[in-house]
Design a protein. Structure first.
Length: 268
């Protein structure tokens, strides 16, 4: 009896926490879809970019410039990566800064939902949006003749997406914790993101060894490389170095967020 009672309490506690997490994921999804204009452009923008790139580079076959891939094989991977950045880093940082300023975060903090559950719900929501984005981009690439990822690479693709989304969500929360007000959030977010996507080869391969060395230590290029490998090779195995860099940046972002994040707008 003395052993069964604690186990029953632990089971009820776990069930309650899972219920709160599911409620938060559902809330984030409902909030997202109740703003149809924002949802529409979240999914349409990367599709339009991929369609434009298909028209511009669809006739370019395999080339050393694209590391032995075709132009569209390369861009399906990098545009998929930048769409994840948009959902998990840019939008998350701006949403958190806005919610803090309008008092929503302060009200959430007063509810039974633990902070871990709140951020886990946000992460799950961002991963779901990212998966839809990647599927749409892959479908557009398929229309231009880009083959689907080989079956042996599907686990690596899933791990890359989840790890990349988690790392960039962590960095998005860290940046939100440093932004003083919602009006400054878009400028701060783009100031960080804009140079990173260019030196990381998102829109054009970079063949400068020193620049690649710098970009390889930052989070965007390893994510690009992990997705490029998953989309364009049939080898088993995981890109552990790229995952290690993403993990380190995710941990660093989480450390900044834990130390600096504030729920109350008056505390900034």
């Amino acid at each position: 009896m003395s052993i069964a009672a604690p186990r029953g309490q632990a089971g009820r506690l776990l069930s309650r926490r899972l219920g709160l997490l599911w409620h938060q994921i559902r809330y984030e999804q409902l909030t997202f879809w109740r703003n149809p204009q924002s949802a529409f452009f979240t999914f349409v923008f990367p599709v339009v970019v991929m369609a434009i790139f298909g028209g511009l580079f669809g006739s370019i076959g395999t080339s050393e410039f694209y590391y032995g891939r075709s132009a569209l094989q390369y861009y399906v991977s990098t545009i998929a990566a930048v769409s994840v950045l948009g959902s998990c880093y840019s939008q998350l940082a701006i949403v958190l800064a806005t919610r803090r300023q309008n008092g929503m975060l302060k009200r959430v903090r007063a509810t039974p939902l633990p902070a871990s559950g709140y951020f886990a719900g946000l992460l799950a929501h961002c991963v779901l949006v990212s998966v839809v984005d990647v599927l749409l981009i892959t479908a557009v690439g398929r229309l231009y003749g880009v083959p689907l990822p080989a079956a042996p690479q599907w686990p690596a693709l899933a791990v890359s997406l989840v790890l990349g989304a988690a790392a960039f969500c962590s960095l998005g929360v860290a940046v939100a914790s440093l932004v003083r007000n919602a009006e400054a959030a878009p400028s701060v977010v783009q100031f960080v993101l804009f140079p990173l996507v260019f030196i990381s080869g998102t829109y054009m391969p970079v063949h400068s060894a020193p620049l690649n060395g710098i970009a390889g230590a930052l989070p965007v290029k390893p994510f690009n490389d992990a997705l490029l490998r998953a989309f364009t090779t049939d080898h088993t195995g995981l890109p552990w170095r790229d995952y290690g860099v993403l993990l380190l940046w995710g941990v660093a972002g989480a450390a900044v967020a834990v130390r600096r994040f504030r729920w109350d707008p008056g505390a900034e």
